[in-house]
Ligand binder design. Sequence first.
Ligand SMILES: [Zn+2]
Length: 294
Amino acid sequence: MTDELVIGIDLGGTKVLAGLIDRNGSVGETIERPTVTSSQPALLDELADLVRSFPLQNVVGVGFGIPSRIDHDTGVALGAVNIPIRDVRFSAEMEHRLGLPVATENDASCAALAESRLGAGRGVRDLLMLTLGTGVGGGVIADGGLFRAYTEFGHIVIVEDGEPCQGACSGRGHVESYCSGRAADALARKLIGEGATAHDLVEQHHPVLGEVGHHLGVAIGSLINIFGATRVVIGGGYGVAAFDQLVPEARRAVLREALAPSGQDVELVPAALGAGAGLIGAGLLAFEDLFPVN
Ligand SMILES: [Zn+2]
C-alpha cells in the first residue's frame, strides 16, 4: 500500500463494511459491523466510532458510500429507503464528528466505480452495475467516468401498478419489489416455509429464480435503451450468489426489450470484487474528490 490512506465505508441496509484504502484501490485492514437503524444521530455517531477504531496515522480522508440520493450542489443526503438517513448534510456532519475531510457518494455508484477501475468492468467505456442486496442499487459509468446524478435503479417501474415497494418508497412495481434479497426472502418464506431465506432458494436451484431473472432482464433491457451500456455487472451479496440462476432468463428478456443490436451484444457478468466493491469505490472517490491528481 502507498503511504497516503483513506478509509472507505460501504453503508448497507444490514451491515457496514469499512477498510483502509490506498490511491490504487488496495485494501488494508477492514472492519464489519451491523448497521445501526434506531435513529439518524445514532447511526452517524456509530459511523464516526467505526472510523476512530482504525489506526489513523496515515489517514488523510474518509469516503462514504451510502444508500441515498445525494444533492452534490448542497451536499445533502436526501433520503434512504432502508436506513434512517434523511435531509442531512452527510459529509459536513461526519467532518464535524471526525475532524477529517469527507466525501460521500451513492453506494451503488461507488461499487460501479470500483468494478469499472479494478474489477469486472475494466476496459469498458459504457458500463452499468446493478447491486442486488437488501435493496437494489445501480451505478452508471458513461464514457469512462462515473455518472454522478440520481440513479435509483431499484426504484424504476418494471410492472405497472405492481407489488408495493419497500421501506420509505411509496411506489409500486419497482425493481426492488422483485429483485432484492428482501423480496427473495419473502418468496422463500412463501414457497419453502417460515424461516426460509433467499439463500435457500439459491441452494435449491428454485425455479422461481427464473421469474426473478426475467424481471431483472426487463429492467436491464430498458436501462440499456437509456444508457447504451455494452456490459452490465451484477453485484451485491444476493446478486452474485444467484447470478447463474438469474442470468439465463434475464438474458432472454434483455434480448426482447433492448433494441438491436444492443441486446445481442451486451455482456452480463458477475461482480469481481465481491463485498469489497463498495468500500473500495468509496475510497477511490475520496481520493478523487478530496485530493485530485491533475
Ligand atoms: Zn421503490
